[in-house]
Write a protein that binds this ligand. Structure first.
Ligand code: HXC
Ligand code: NAP
Length: 269
C-alpha cells in the first residue's frame, strides 16, 4: 500500500538512489509527481534508474559521483539545481557495509565505511545546502539500527551511522532557523536488498531475521519510502531532528538475535 501525496512541481534529490531502499524512495516520489534526481557511482545504475523514473511519468535526471568526493558531489548537485531549481527534498542514503570484526578489519576497511556513510553524508548535506529551498525544505538521512544498537562485526557501520544521526540532530538545530528540517529514517531489515544479502546471507539467517521482527516480516522499500514521503510533506512540518525507525518494532528488542550472530559471516574473526 502506498500513501497518495502530491509532490508535483517539487524537486527531490536522492543520493545513493540507484538501488534497493533508496531507489524505492526515488520511485515513490516520482509516482507522486515530483521531479526526481538520483546519483551514485555507477553511470549504468544511474541511467537505468532515470529510465525507470521516466517510465513512471516523472521528469528525471541523474549524475554519477562518489560521496567521498565532495567536489564531484557539489558539481553534480549544481547541475541538478540548474535543471530542476531549488531542492524541496534531499535524501542522503549512500552507504557501504560488510561483516568484519575489528580484529579482522584493516584500518582502511574501517575508514572506507566511515568515509562513505559519515563523511559522505556531510558532503551531501553541505553540497546541497546552497540549493535547498529556504524556508520549506526537508532533508532525510538514511540511517540504520546500528546507530544505536551494537552488533558484532559492525563496529565500522555502528560508528558511522551513530555519527550520521548526530549530524542529523546537530544540523536540525543549525538549519532549523532557516526553515530546513533535518530528520533520519532508520530502516529495519528490508527484504531483497544488498544490505540484507550481506548481513543475512543464508536462508537460516534470513528466517531468523524475520522471526526477530515483532511484526514477523521483513520490511519492503515502500515501507521506508512511505515514511520519507510523510516526513517530506506538510503533514510533518513541525517534525525536526527526529531519528525515526521504520522497522516493525525490530530495534525495540528483536535485533538482538542478529547482533550476536554476525561474526560467523566475517572473513576473519
Ligand atoms: C574485511 C573488507 C571487506 C570484508 C572490503 N574490505 N570488504 N574487509 N571484510 N568483507 C576492505 C578491503 O580489503 C579494503 O581494505 C577496504 O575494505 C576498502 O575496500 P575496497 O573494495 O577497495 O572499497 P570500495 O571499492 O571503495 O568499496 C566500498 C565497499 C563496497 C563498502 C567495500 O562493499 C561497496 O561499494 N559497498 C556499497 C554497497 C553496500 O555495501 N550496500 C549495503 C548497504 S547496507 P584494504 O586494507 O585491503 O585496502 C547498510 C546497512 C544494512 O549499510 C543494515 C541492515 C540491518
Ligand atoms: P544498496 O542497494 O547497496 O544501495 C546503496 C546505494 O548507494 C546504491 O545506489 C549505491 O550505488 C550507492 N552508493 C554506495 N556507495 C556509494 C558511494 N561511495 N558514493 C555514491 N553512491 C554510493 O543498499 P540498501 O541495502 O538498499 O541500503 C540503502 C540504505 O539503507 C543505506 O543507507 C543503508 O545503510 C540503509 N539500511 C539498509 C537496511 C537494509 O535492510 N538493507 C537496513 C537499515 C539501513 P553505486 O553502487 O552505483 O554507487
Amino acid at each position: 500500500m502506498t500513501m497518495t501525496m502530491d509532490f508535483s512541481n517539487q524537486t527531490v534529490v536522492v543520493i545513493g538512489g540507484t538501488s534497493g531502499i533508496n531507489r524505492g524512495i526515488a520511485e515513490l516520489f516520482a509516482e507522486q509527481g515530483a521531479r526526481v534526481a538520483v546519483a551514485s557511482r555507477s553511470q549504468d545504475k544511474v541511467d537505468d534508474t532515470v529510465a525507470k523514473l521516466e517510465s513512471l511519468g516523472a521528469q528525471a535526471m541523474g549524475f554519477s559521483a562518489d560521496v567521498r568526493q565532495p567536489e564531484a558531489i557539489a558539481n553534480g548537485l549544481a547541475s541538478v539545481h540548474k535543471a530542476f531549481g531549488d531542492f524541496d527534498v534531499l535524501v542522503s542514503g549512500a552507504a557501504g557495509n560488510f561483516p568484519a570484526t575489528a580484529k579482522g578489519m584493516s584500518t582502511n576497511a574501517f575508514k572506507t565505511v566511515i568515509e562513505i556513510d559519515l563523511l559522505g553524508t556531510f558532503h551531501v548535506m553541505k553540497g546541497a545546502y546552497p540549493f535547498l529551498k529556504k524556508p520549506g525544505s526537508s532533508i532525510i538521512n538514511i540511517s540504520a539500527p546500528q546507530a544505536f544498537l551494537a552488533m558484532q562485526a559492525q563496529s565500522h557501520v555502528c560508528a558511522a551511522k551513530a555519527g550520521v544521526d548526530m549530524i542529523t540532530r546537530t544540523l536540525a538545530l543549525e538549519w532549523g532557523p532557516e526553515g530546513i528540517r533535518v530528520n533520519s529514517v532508520v530502516p529495519g531489515p528490508i527484504d531483497g536488498t544488498e544490505g540484507m544479502a550481506r548481513l543475512a546471507p543464508s536462508e537460516e539467517m534470513r528466517q531468523s531475521a524475520v522471526n526477530s521482527v515483532p511484526l514477523q516480516r521483513m520490511g519492503w522499500p515502500v515501507d521506508v519510502a512511505n515514511v520519507c514521503a510523510f516526513l517530506a510533506s506538510p503533514l510533518a512540518s513541525y517534525v525536526n531532528g527526529v531519528i525515526l525507525p521504520v522497522d516493525g518494532g525490530w530495534a525495540t528488542a528483536g535485533a538482538g538475535s542478529m547482533a550476536m550472530g554476525m561474526e560467523a559471516f566475517a572473513r576473519h574473526s
